[in-house]
Design a protein. Structure first.
Length: 519
């Protein structure tokens, strides 16, 4: 059993322990949990008092006595999930009149979602835990009870729980809400939704100033609480960086290796500490430094198979404590295109690709969730870009079609896919670069700069000279994703303190960073 992936029996035991030992009070909602523990035998026989058997009041046509609100919300200190039950006012008032307010309870029954079979909820199942609200409040929708339980183990942050509301009188459940598959949630997802509650302006609700990268926003949560939400969410999120670290005879830094100060490129990586890195244009000069980067910062370094003598490599690094490697490989576009019978529909001049461009892939399994991700790192044909270089763009489009065809063969086994690298194509405008990148989007691969829930710097990814303020707005570097459950939380071009002074850049590209998670 891998860390963080509880089997149903273990998960249930942990779930029961969490609820029984860690139930806490919400605002306006004291909580208790019922158990079936047997009292020890005594020598005295207590007097037996027979409680009346409660009966349900008449329910009018079209009236829903109790229902469960979809979704779940997060509560802090300690961390946990809260589900909401709503009960009809007349229904509850009739019960209170008959049995007394102290004997009427509204609550939810909670169960790990993956233990529900056949799309039906069995209130009598042994793994159902009842969470009663000691009090409830009258709202415009009826009586509301917010019922929460603590989830303190990181391994359970991604476990989905489902709730069904109920009304209980004198210890007898009179009515359960209809089961709804939407009345569920995970702690990580609830943390995400709380983090997205942001405003550009301060108000009575959004009253706390918080910092997100270089941006100021306002939140219902303090900075400390927001950081805690981020920490919860980061338990399933991971960061991906794409960085072209070499530059060939561009005159950018005088052409000398020492003049480029390549150590700054790796210092940027160390400071950002991404969980997965795709490097492009790696050659033998980088070997010692990249070995040190891996050994001193917890990375596994993947050079790519059969690339020791290659003109350049597209290397992939991943944090060893976050992922396990399942598979790896490297393919040249020319060979892969021939294997997949990709038609050269535009008569692209393949001789233009003098260096045998490649794509390097790895399948990683996330240790905390057990979910697999196919990661591809590539560097498309360089040649020329823009007007007058149509033949070079034809080669790039052939490479993209080849890569997409290969990815299609992997889709059934690995639905969550990441493609990153230097595409030598600017997607904006009406030029050939936009035509190239449209092949990706038409195939369902989304730019993380567009889909991120929060963005910071979304400008150009090329560097010319040393003035960051005047860097060109051409975007050649991308992190693309595909998969219904693969989402982007954050995206930025990395504009950090290490290389924003008036000194030579370590590369003609600037790294990009995306934070992803699998729902």
């Amino acid at each position: 059993m891998k860390t963080g992936t509880l089997r149903s029996g273990v998960r249930l035991a942990a779930f029961l322990l969490i609820v029984v030992l860690c139930v806490f009070a919400l605002v306006g909602c004291g909580l208790s949990v019922e158990t079936d523990e047997t009292e020890p035998e005594t020598t005295e026989t207590p007097a037996v008092t027979t409680a009346p058997t409660p009966t349900e009041p008449a329910v009018g046509e079209g009236v829903t006595p109790v229902r469960t609100v979809d979704g779940a919300s997060i509560v802090l200190n300690p961390t946990g999930l809260s589900f909401t039950a709503l009960a009809d006012k007349d229904y509850i008032d009739a019960l209170i009149s008959a049995y007394g307010e102290e004997n009427v309870r509204i609550g939810v029954m909670v169960v790990p979602t993956d233990s529900i079979s056949g799309g039906s909820f069995d209130p009598a199942a042994e793994n159902v835990v009842k969470v009663n609200a000691d009090s409830f409040a009258l709202t415009g929708e009826g009586y509301r009870a917010d019922c929460g339980f603590a989830v303190t183990e990181e391994a359970n942050y991604t476990v989905s729980y489902t709730a069904v509301a109920y009304v209980e009188v004198l210890g007898t459940v009179l009515r359960c809400a209809d089961y709804s598959s939407a009345a569920k949630g995970t702690l990580a997802t609830a943390a995400k939704m709380a983090m997205l509650a942001l405003s550009d302006e301060r108000s009575s609700v959004y009253k706390y100033e918080i910092k997100i990268g270089n941006t100021t926003k306002y939140s219902p949560y303090t900075q400390r609480q927001y950081d805690l939400l981020a920490q919860i969410r980061l338990s399933i999120a991971f960061t991906v960086m794409s960085y072209n670290i070499e530059v060939y005879a561009t005159g950018l830094t005088g052409g000398g290796w020492e003049g480029r100060n390549p150590a700054k490129a790796l210092a940027t990586v160390v400071e950002q500490s991404p969980d997965i890195v795709g490097f492009q244009e790696v050659n033998s000069q980088w070997n010692d430094m990249l070995d040190n980067l891996a050994q001193n910062n917890g990375y596994t370094r993947l050079k790519g198979t059969g690339t020791d003598d290659a003109f350049e490599r597209n290397e992939i690094f991943f944090k060893t404590d976050k992922f396990t490697k399942i598979a790896e490989g490297t393919k040249t576009f020319k060979k892969a295109g021939a294997e997949l019978n990709i038609p050269n529909s535009e008569n692209a001049d393949q001789s233009l690709d003098k260096h045998g461009r490649i794509f390097h892939y790895v399948v990683l399994e996330q240790i905390t969730t057990g979910k697999k991700i196919l990661v591809v790192n590539t560097h498309l044909h360089y040649g020329g870009t823009g007007e007058g270089h149509e033949e070079d763009d034809k080669v790039r489009r052939y490479e993209i079609r080849t890569l997409l065809a290969w990815l299609a063969t992997q889709e059934a086994e690995y639905p969550n896919r990441i493609v990153m690298g230097d595409m030598n194509s600017h997607y904006k405008g009406t030029g050939q670069g936009s035509v190239n990148m449209a092949l990706f989007t038409d195939a369902g691969y989304l730019r993380t700069s567009d889909t991120a829930e929060v963005t910071d710097d979304v400008g150009g990814t090329l560097a010319t000279g040393s003035d960051r303020a005047t860097r060109p707005q051409y975007i050649f570097d991308y992190i693309l994703t595909k998969g219904n459950h693969l989402k982007t939380a954050y995206y930025t071009v990395v504009n950090n303190k290490i290389d924003n002074n008036n000194t030579s850049y370590p590369s003609d590209h600037i790294p990009i960073l995306a934070q992803l998670y699998i729902q």
